[in-house]
Design a binder for this molecule. Structure first.
Ligand code: NAP
Length: 330
């Protein structure tokens, strides 16, 4: 069986950016793009904040262009889901479409999906008033009535992003206190445009061609109320696509891949020592030597297309150097 230099699993901005860099480095990467190639951006419409596109670009178009760019330099792409991995010895083994592949290095860029409420109307109005990214979509809600669902840092950040444009932002939370950091909570709670409805859940999102109202249920009194709404931002967490590697590499409690960037931050002493010893750590490497990760599958904080592309680039540069060093050692 042929051993690839590097296999990339996942086809969002991190995967395509890495594939382009690795292809231009003559490493002939093989990309498993998944049956639904392109990741989260396939679900978005207009992207206005990706540098280089002053008029904006549609998410699916950006993904198709990124893929074309990687292929232009020789990246090979298979639209298959990876079923199994074996990272217990080198070369690493990957099973996709019922066939086994081998690689010296693997890059995980499988991304993360927003968690949805699963209430009637939510699915129907995605992109027509329902969103999971206020940083991306807040500007479309100038002068509107908006709602943010959730009580974590993402919900607080979405709320603050919306206050710059919307007329009002109502945070709906299922408990009587937020889990977000104190500083974010304070900013939200003292903002004059923000109102909070505690102990409440969403029962339904209603509309015609776009969202017009939201139906809430008080958890204690079990009473319902229907309020006029133009936008509903769901911010109840993200689920990384890591089920198929959960026994192969270290994940955090929410399933995000832990890279050395995180490990080094947790252990500054270790990082300082590594630098003192003249070692520059591979920040995108996972707990397994030779397996790297980048983009939203690692990043629970920034979650932007451009940060994912940058992260993919960092991983590609790490992989190129690591393959070079591994060759020297063998
Ligand atoms: P999170 O901390 O897990 O918070 C999710 C929120 O959604 C919680 O308040 C939770 O309620 C609520 N929730 C979960 N499922 C729900 C459901 N089915 N219905 C209604 N509400 C539901 O997620 P996150 O806010 O995305 O943050 C993830 C991580 O990223 C955190 O570690 C956070 O600190 C970090 N982050 C940091 C920043 C920053 O530093 N600027 C920004 C964003 C995120 P309960 O509280 O009742 O569980």
């Amino acid at each position: 069986m042929n051993t690839e230099h590097v296999i990339i699993i996942g086809s969002g901005p991190a995967g395509w950016a890495a594939a382009t860099y690795l292809a231009r480095a003559q490493l002939n990467p093989l990309v498993f793009a998944g049956e639904k190639s392109g990741g989260q951006l396939m679900l978005t419409t207009e992207i206005e904040n990706y540098p280089g596109f002053p008029q904006g670009i549609l998410g699916p178009q950006l993904m198709a262009d990124m893929r074309k760019q990687a292929e232009r330099f020789g990246a090979r792409v298979k639209d298959l889901n990876v079923e199994r991995v074996d990272f217990s010895h080198k070369p690493f083994r990957i099973t996709a479409g019922g066939e086994e592949y081998q690689a010296q290095a693997v890059l995980m860029t499988t991304g993360a999906e927003s968690v949805w409420l699963n209430v009637p109307g939510e699915d129907k109005f995605v992109g027509r008033g329902v969103s999971t990214c206020a940083v991306c979509d807040a500007a479309f809600f100038k002068g509107k009535k908006t709602f943010v669902i959730g009580g974590g840092d993402s919900a607080m950040e979405d709320t603050l992003a919306l206050t710059k444009f919307a007329d009002s932002v109502t945070v709906v939370h299922r408990r009587d206190s937020f889990r977000a950091s104190k500083i974010m909570q304070e900013r939200v709670l003292k903002h004059p445009k923000v109102n909070v409805i505690w102990n409440s859940g969403v029962k339904e999102i209603k509309g015609d061609s776009k969202v017009t109202s939201i139906v809430l249920v008080d958890m204690n009194a079990k009473k319902e109320q229907e309020l006029p709404a133009d936008g509903v931002f769901v911010a109840i967490g993200h689920k990384p696509a890591t089920d198929f590697v959960k026994n192969a590499i270290e994940l955090d409690e929410k399933g995000f891949i832990v890279t050395r960037f995180v490990l080094e931050q947790k252990s500054l002493d270790l990082a300082t020592k590594a630098v003192k010893d003249g070692m520059v750590p591979y920040l995108t490497m996972t707990s397994v030597d030779g397996v790297f990760a980048a983009g939203d599958v690692v990043d629970f904080k920034y979650k932007q297309a451009i940060t994912a592309a940058g992260y993919g680039t960092m991983a590609a540069l790490d992989i190129e150097k690591w393959l070079e060093e591994s060759k020297d050692q063998s």
